[in-house]
Design a protein around this ligand. Structure first.
Ligand code: NDP
Length: 239
């Protein structure tokens, strides 16, 4: 299960989990149906199935009902891996941040994590196996001016990652966070890459596929002794 699967990073993760780990994919998206169908096509070409789950992760009743309907249609399916990747930015100085921009950013990343993970967790606990991977951000670790809302949202998910890892480790479920720096995608399309890359030791933005490789490792059986961690992937910008 991957949320925000139509974005740059989500698409790369979905394809990597399909091609490298052979996972069937449950691809969540919010608004971009055409992109979701294109990605579904690409994933099926990897020889696995791909179901689309349209829902707004901020809307808990909607998430619950869509997940329940999917589970009823797929009674034998087991969700082993959850990638909480849906996220938005509404940047601006804190003083001028609109109430709705505070809430929408926190609702998407932090409440989205809760709304999606909680209904899927019960079966994971029964199965005594699982991988939960939350896509956070450098902003959630160091804080970023102009992104107080986004930094709070991602910082909240980081704390939730560490706490949940402690609750469910005994059931062999690992919970980790991946914190990207600047990655080429729609989210960073308006940034001045030529200027910003001067700050990055590796002197470039990262690629979504590079984030996906890290996520695929954490989602694999090989990562069985890593939990409660936040793993940076930022070209050396911050550690
Ligand atoms: P994109 O803007 O390319 O993609 C965002 C994705 O989130 C889209 O699939 C969008 O779906 C989905 N989404 C947004 N709101 C909702 C919602 N309410 N419910 C369900 N899905 C939703 O961003 P990226 O791929 O770059 O970002 C992916 C994750 O990585 C985010 O959490 C982001 O914060 C994080 N990140 C990104 C960095 C970067 O440099 N790109 C750096 C650090 C972290 P749809 O299009 O269907 O509406």
């Amino acid at each position: 299960m991957i949320t925000g699967g139509t974005g740059g990073i989500g698409k790369a993760i979905a394809l990597k989990l399909a091609s490298e780990l052979g996972y069937h994919i449950l691809l969540n998206y919010n608004s971009n149906k055409a992109a979701a169908e294109d990605i579904q096509h690409l994933i099926k070409a990897e020889g696995v199935s791909c179901d689309l789950l349209q829902c707004d992760v901020t809307n808990a009743p909607e998430v619950n009902s869509k997940l329940e309907a999917w589970a009823q249609q797929n009674p034998d399916a087991i969700v082993e891996v959850i990638i909480n990747n849906a996220g938005i930015t509404k940047d601006g100085l804190f003083l001028w941040t609109k109430t709705e921009d505070w809430h929408s950013v926190i609702d998407t990343s932090l409440s989205g994590f809760f709304n999606v993970t909680q209904p899927l967790l019960k079966n994971m606990l029964t199965q005594r196996y699982g991988r939960i991977i939350n896509i956070v951000s450098l902003s959630g670790l160091k804080g970023n001016a102009g992104q107080v809302n986004y930094s709070a949202a991602k910082g909240g998910v980081i704390a939730a990652t560490k706490a949940l890892a402690q609750e469910i480790g005994k059931r062999k479920i690992t919970v980790n966070a991946v914190a990207p720096g600047f990655i080429t995608s729609n989210m960073t399309a308006d940034l001045d890459e030529q200027e910003l890359k001067k700050l990055i030791p590796l002197n470039r933005f990262g690629e979504a596929e590079e984030v996906a490789s890290l996520v695929a490792f954490l989602a694999s059986r090989n990562a069985s002794y890593i939990t409660g961690e936040v793993i940076n992937i930022n070209g050396g910008l911050y550690s």
